[in-house]
Design a protein around this ligand. Structure first.
Ligand code: ATP
Ligand code: MG
Length: 329
């Protein structure tokens, strides 16, 4: 079985949204049947942007629970929290010596930041060297494949480059992972239709939020702007609600009926959105319920976290020993 690895940064108090689910969590769940999976909550990465300790703890637990609620199975998968694996940071400090400043300066995360901030010297080392931490996250677990969105492809490329440089210097020690870029179809648009769905842009459909909050977002989904009265004929292609229905696999025939009524002007935007809200809540009802139940038993959650850390530490430690020996530590 091929080994696959993926991490998610708990960078916000907001929980996971439809884009995260379709683009990341759903394929992760499916891989559990066909691959040996390593998934983790990258809480150390979140220290780039979250400076409040309670918030870091809360966000980490929240994403951890939501992954479990969606069906990440800790029996099948090695599921852990990055900060629980000290070997990662040991490896990062070694890898710092096989990457140059100029290579890191070419990285997107750094360049994006430069465009916002005026003074390059004020950028933290954490952000600057985040591709090195990401490389350590990956290389320590020796995965065959790392699936990423296009925005992260460059960071996996530098990880491969770091591993190659290391191996040239010390022998064939590090396993060089293959990069698998997710197809563009997995990119879910935000509710205003102009950007991709993102928690930081406020254009998301949150999966675990209270019903009122979900409703507010659903009611703000972009619709055909030329339609003023519910009796005006509308173009379904200009109402994003239909896109979301499709992405979630709503019944084809019923959807066609909705579209037909929309074209004729016999159904209002509000009615369609109400229909979608009901469908959305039903679709995620089980996951929402599981999250509530998981949160009732924090002892059990800690146990899952500890067991995951133990499994991950065992593997990470072995890689680290090889690396330490190779470099002379
Ligand atoms: P932020 O606004 O903080 O960047 P985000 O909503 O973009 O947050 P990330 O934490 O950057 O979420 O990404 C987590 C995972 O979800 C990644 O695997 C990413 O590819 C995926 N993802 C995020 N947004 C979308 C989207 N709109 N469509 C498909 N996949 C997405
Ligand atoms: Mg993002």
């Amino acid at each position: 079985m091929q080994r696959i690895l993926s991490g998610i940064t708990p960078s916000s108090t907001k929980g996971l949204h439809l884009g995260n689910y379709l683009g990341a969590v759903k394929p992760h769940i499916e891989y559990q049947e066909t691959h040996q999976c390593f998934y983790f909550v990258a809480n150390n990465h979140s220290l780039n942007t979250v400076f409040n300790s309670d918030e870091v703890r809360k966000n980490t637990l929240n994403i951890f629970v939501e992954y479990l609620a969606f069906g990440i199975d800790p029996e099948k998968t090695t599921f852990f929290v990055e900060g629980d694996i000290p070997a990662i940071f040991y490896l990062q400090s070694i890898l710092n010596n096989v990457v140059t400043i100029s290579e890191l300066k070419r990285m997107h995360a750094y360049k994006d930041k430069l465009q916002k901030d005026i003074e390059p010297d004020t950028i933290s080392m954490g952000l600057f060297s985040y591709p090195v931490l990401m490389s350590a996250d990956i290389l320590i677990f020796e995965p065959d494949i790392v699936p990423v969105g296009e925005d992260q492809a460059q960071h996996v490329e530098i990880c491969r480059e770091i591993a190659r440089t290391f191996n040239n210097r010390y022998g064939e020690i590090l396993k060089i992972p293959e990069l698998s870029i997710k197809k563009d179809t997995a990119r879910v648009p935000g509710i205003y239709g102009d950007r991709k769905m993102s928690k930081s842009l406020g254009n998301d459909l949150p999966i675990f939020a209270p019903v009122e909050e979900v409703k507010k977002q659903v009611m703000s989904i972009k619709t055909d702007p030329s339609r003023i009265h519910p009796t005006d004929p509308g173009d379904p292609a200009k109402n994003l609600t239909f896109t979301y229905f499709e992405l979630l696999g709503f019944d084809d025939q019923k959807l066609e009926e909705y579209k037909e009524a929309y074209r004729k002007g016999t159904i209002s935007d509000v009615e369609i959105k109400k229909g979608f809200l009901t469908f959305f809540l039903e679709h995620f009802n089980e996951a929402r319920e599981r999250k509530r139940n998981l949160l009732k038993n924090t002892d059990k959650l800690h146990e899952i976290r500890e067991t995951g850390a133990k499994k991950a530490n065992g593997i990470a430690q072995k890689t680290l020993e090889k690396v330490k020996k190779a470099v002379g530590l």
